[in-house]
Design a protein around this ligand. Structure first.
Ligand SMILES: Cc1cc2nc3c(=O)[nH]c(=O)nc-3n(C[C@H](O)[C@H](O)[C@H](O)COP(=O)(O)OP(=O)(O)OC[C@H]3O[C@@H](n4cnc5c(N)ncnc54)[C@H](O)[C@@H]3O)c2cc1C
Length: 505
């Protein structure tokens, strides 16, 4: 049987197939690089950062405008560890000063007249991936910004330290990118998001070249307001994070279960009752996978035996044996009350790992089940949990009405956050997909939700910021940006919307 990782790299060889609200995710750049690259760079075919043949999720990166390079001269020499400027014909790689970077871009502009129009450079942080200090007694760790969350947890495990970092976004995500997006993941229902206090401090290179550390390592501090938070969710627009201190949590034994429900409404009602009960804190994760997603998982063929095809919940319960037993009893009772007709615990560690992989690699299953030439546009929104069934119901109806009926839905249901993985086959279908995403976002905002629960704004969702946050709140964000980065050199064009009149939809 193929593993999900083999499936992931096999799909990579099929050519560009992944889209997000930010645009095409090319199969031979780091997934996230393509995801956030300004359109004019992608459309020229110019590649930045990783040159691996297989998709490499999370080669964390950001763009810096040429205009700011002189101001960043010191930073270029001291803190940009690897700068890859790669075009089809040319690669510049290694430690680079601002002057060298400027020359590389000028050379590219000569080699490809009319193609490299921005003069932006891409800073690849993936080489800065070291864990610098582990303070097991204090329950924290200092690492560089290119370190990946899975590698950090593996290193702690290998050293026999019974602690872990509980933010778990996509496979291969790096600490710098996780700070940039204000990420979360399946553990958020128990541990919260990057906007909690999981980052005790960050070291940041500001656009003016100064290097600041936002706080010391103490667990809490009342010394002024929280400048660490300024950089969480800033999408690299306020500075380059080079180092962070992460708070760690104790590893607690878990058990994985899956249950089927007749409708999303039944599943959500059950989840709300459980989370609000005294046993609620023993729920580490609770994930919704709709009937189409379950069909795709079975069709992708990476399951020992097929799942029943209906709206399902995947859960992780955590605690001591006694508390897991007690919580499991309560969960089964509540599920039954809300119409669940099938409930199953993973009997072994291997079964538990397989069940959770089925959830974690839902995107790969969707692409694979979509057949030859299938492409997927991923998008996420978040609403108050009680509004989730209405949002899912209306969205599925809408997507089916325009023929996008292979779409799968995966939700962090305990947080009211869901991802639509919209399957389509051709460029001609792109406007239809884009319109459907637009309607989904407006539906979420109308339900007192947000245009993105965790993936961020990038360039693709800027236009919704005024609707969601109000003119005055957006103006406050722009004021902060202008104060910290007056020359607009850090990730220009991202996050901050143009005037409302310039909206596309
Ligand atoms: C299969 C799959 C599942 C996913 N599931 C989840 C999920 O459950 N939850 C979730 O939150 N996300 C999820 N994601 C999205 C993704 O994992 C997160 O957005 C993650 O935080 C991105 O990390 P990255 O290292 O790839 O960052 P990138 O995409 O490279 O960068 C993200 C942003 O941060 C900026 N940035 C990067 N490094 C730095 C730095 N050092 N300093 C300042 N700014 C920087 C970038 O410029 C960019 O604006 C998923 C993605 C995939 C492909």
């Amino acid at each position: 049987m193929l593993s999900y990782r083999q499936l992931q790299s096999g799909l990579g060889r099929r050519g560009p197939h992944l889209f997000s609200d930010f645009g095409r995710i090319s199969s031979n750049t780091g997934g996230s690089v393509g995801a956030h690259a300004p359109k004019y760079l992608r459309s020229t075919g110019t590649r930045f950062a990783s040159s691996n043949a297989a998709p490499k999720f999370g080669s964390s990166s950001m763009f810096v405008g040429l205009a700011g390079l002189l101001g960043l001269a010191t930073v270029g020499v001291l803190l940009i560890p690897t700068v890859n400027v790669k075009a089809p014909t040319e690669t510049t790689q290694g430690h680079a000063s601002a002057v060298e970077i400027k020359k590389a871009i000028a050379d590219l502009q000569t080699a490809l007249p009319g193609e490299v129009v921005t003069g932006s450079i891409c800073v690849d942080m993936s080489g800065m991936d070291q864990i610098i200090e582990i303070h097991a007694d204090d329950g924290d760790l200092v690492c560089q910004a290119g370190a990946r969350w899975e590698d950090i947890n593996q290193a702690l495990h290998d050293k026999g330290i019974p602690l872990f970092f509980p933010l778990d976004p996509g496979p291969g995500a790096t600490i710098g990118g996780m700070i940039g997006t204000g990420c979360s993941g399946t553990n958020a229902v128990r541990y919260g998001t990057a906007r909690g206090e999981w980052f005790l401090n960050v070291t940041v290179v500001l656009p003016n070249g100064k290097v600041i550390k936002t706080r010391r390592r103490a667990r809490k501090s009342a010394a002024g307001f929280d400048t660490t938070q300024l950089f969480i969710g800033a999408e690299g627009t306020l500075g380059i994070v080079t180092e962070a201190t992460l708070r760690l949590a104790p590893v607690i034994p878990t058990k994985v279960a899956v249950a089927q429900f007749p409708t999303v409404q039944n599943a959500v009602n059950a989840v709300q009752e459980i989370l609000n009960s005294p046993d609620g804190p023993h729920i580490q994760c609770v994930e919704l996978l709709d009937n189409k997603m379950m069909e795709a998982i079975n069709a992708a063929g990476l399951v020992s035996r097929p799942y029943p095809v209906s709206d399902s919940l995947f859960l992780k319960l955590q605690g001591t044996d006694i508390s897991i037993k007690q919580t499991a009893g309560m969960v089964q009772q509540v599920f039954k009350k809300h119409g669940s007709y099938h409930f199953e615990f993973a009997a072994t560690e291997e079964e538990a790992a397989e069940m959770w992989e089925n959830r974690k690699y839902a995107l790969m299953s969707t692409i694979s089940a979509g057949g030859e030439g299938a492409r997927v546009w991923t998008t996420d929104v978040c609403v108050p949990v009680s509004r989730l069934p209405e949002l899912v119901y209306e969205t599925k109806k809408d997507l089916e009405s325009v023929g996008l009926d292979k779409t799968t839905i995966v939700g962090h249901v305990g947080d009211g956050n869901f991802h639509a993985l919209i399957v389509f086959n051709s460029d001609e279908q792109l406007p239809k997909v884009s319109d459907a995403v637009h309607r989904l976002v407006h539906r979420a905002i109308a339900l007192d939700g947000t245009c993105t629960g965790e993936h961020g704004i990038g360039v693709g969702k800027k236009e919704y910021m005024y609707d969601e946050l109000s003119d005055d709140t957006v103006e406050l964000m722009k004021t902060i940006k202008a104060a910290i980065d007056p020359l607009d050199i850090m990730n220009p064009d991202k996050l901050y919307p143009d005037k409302p009149a310039d909206r596309k939809h």
